[in-house]
Design a binder for this molecule. Structure first.
Ligand SMILES: *Cc1c(COP(=O)(O)O)cnc(C)c1O
Length: 434
């Protein structure tokens, strides 16, 4: 690959190579495009999760209150808004919210959406094939030993930087599948320990995430009874994440948050391979169209989606190709190459991407704890510079006719993980921020 030529064509790549923070705006947003999924696919995934609710409710009693639906609150964070206004040295017109996927039941991160969905879908397919289950049944029967017996004939494998492994491992083990998680070097020790406690086979690699995924894929290919959860290309993961948009639309209604021509909503989501933020973005654009504006946040050392989107090369380019190391304290985002599925779908849906320095993550983490008593992991703090970028982007605001509407805007920071981080570890993050 001729990197020098790419830099001439896209000078922003030089800033990325220097590990400077960048803010990239997508010229193609809003254009017509043929997309591989529709609202029907999101509805289908939502209906499947509803069928499984009676099972989830009994298998994970912490979901009792929500009737077995794994969903997170949308919280207005006015005190953090004041703090950000003083950090940014500018006012943030409109309201600021945190979408607390950091506190999702079962696995404490956004992966409790896509990851759990994919394994449930697999279990349903097997149970249907065996004639043990029908769509109209009460799915709490899946707790019965006879189902675990059947599922134990199958295995599930996944490669992960941590949180996806946690989510796939927990749900697969609970259903009775044999499960192997291939963990990259970035994965935290506590995640590996927790999975092993639950009977999950954890294989560790000294290399990055891509190697872990490769090994998982290879293991699965050799075994017809093994289902590989492919974080780099899975449609099921993507659609599981997309259901978040329907749920968010309901929350908007209940909490009287408007998203229409006069009341724009800006959503900022931390991005690794892109599956989780991509699925959410796809769902939100299906529902809210041009009234929702979505930005992805990445670490300066691993800006794979920004690089793929800006060059249009998507998974054909890796951050290593331009000399970046992909190493970051944001372990959930420590990915060098974006998903092959997601980039092209985002071409006309995403308003832009931005990058953030690792050191800033801890500062936001401790500020959020101080102001709102909410604890989230470093990766989940990557979005916190988003509103500043957008509010400073004069040309973008004018072009999209947003300037006069900012006072009616809602800004949503998507907190992607954190509630399962052990207290000691969280204390260490917090003191680093201080
Ligand atoms: C996985 C993850 C993301 C990003 O999801 P991708 O599908 O990899 O883009 C963001 N934040 C956290 C905490 C995560 O675990």
């Amino acid at each position: 690959m001729d990197i020098d030529k790419l830099i001439v064509e896209y000078p922003m790549i030089q800033d990325m190579i220097n590990c400077d923070e960048v803010f990239w705006l997508n010229e193609k947003v809003g254009q017509e495009a043929e997309l591989p999924f529709t609202m029907q696919d999101i509805d289908d995934a939502g209906a499947r999760l509803a069928r499984f609710a009676p099972y989830i409710r009994t298998a994970f009693p912490e979901t009792e209150e929500s009737g077995g639906i794994i969903e997170s609150p949308l919280i207005e964070i006015s005190k953090m808004k004041k703090k950000l206004e003083s950090d940014y040295e500018r006012e943030i017109p409109g309201r600021l919210f945190l979408k607390c996927d950091s506190h999702l039941a079962v696995s404490g991160s956004i992966k409790a959406r896509g990851g759990i969905y994919e394994v449930l879908k697999l279990a349903e397919k097997i149970a249907f094939e065996r004639g043990m289950l029908a769509e109209t049944d009460d799915y709490s029967v899946l707790n019965e030993e006879r189902f675990k017996q059947v599922f134990s004939e199958y295995s599930v494998a996944v490669g992960s930087t941590g949180n996806l492994g946690l989510s796939i491992g927990i749900i697969s083990a609970k259903l009775g599948f044999k499960v192997t998680v291939h963990m990259s070097a970035d994965a935290r020790q506590w995640k590996k320990d927790l999975l092993r406690q639950k009977g999950v086979k954890v294989i560790e690699y000294q290399d990055d995430y891509q190697r872990a995924v490769q090994e998982g894929r290879r293991e699965a290919a050799a075994d017809p009874m093994c289902h590989f959860v492919d974080d780099e290309a899975s449609a099921d993961l993507f659609l599981g994440y997309s259901v978040a948009a329907k749920r968010l639309a309901d929350q908007f209604k209940r909490q009287m948050i408007a998203c229409d021509e006069d009341n724009p909503v800006f959503v900022y989501i931390p991005c690794g391979v892109g599956g989780a933020p991509g699925g959410v973005a796809f769902g939100l654009k299906q529902i809210f169209g041009e009234n929702v504006h979505i930005f992805f946040a990445e670490p300066t050392h691993a800006p794979c989606m920004t690089l793929g989107m800006l060059t249009g090369l998507h998974d054909q380019i890796s951050v290593n190709d331009v000399g970046l190391d992909g190493k970051t304290a944001a372990d959930g985002l420590a990915v060098s190459r974006p998903s092959k599925l997601v980039g092209s779908i985002m071409e006309t849906l995403l308003d832009g991407c931005f990058t953030i320095n690792d050191e800033k993550l801890y500062g936001f983490l401790s500020s959020l704890a101080d102001t709102e008593d909410l604890f989230i992991e470093p990766s989940a703090c990557a979005s916190f510079t988003g509103p500043r970028h957008v509010l400073s982007a004069e040309g973008y605001l004018i072009k999209n006719n947003l300037k006069d509407k900012l006072k009616n805007a809602s800004h949503i920071l998507w907190a992607t993980g954190g509630s399962m981080v052990p207290e000691e570890e969280m204390k260490a993050y917090y003191s680093m921020g201080k």
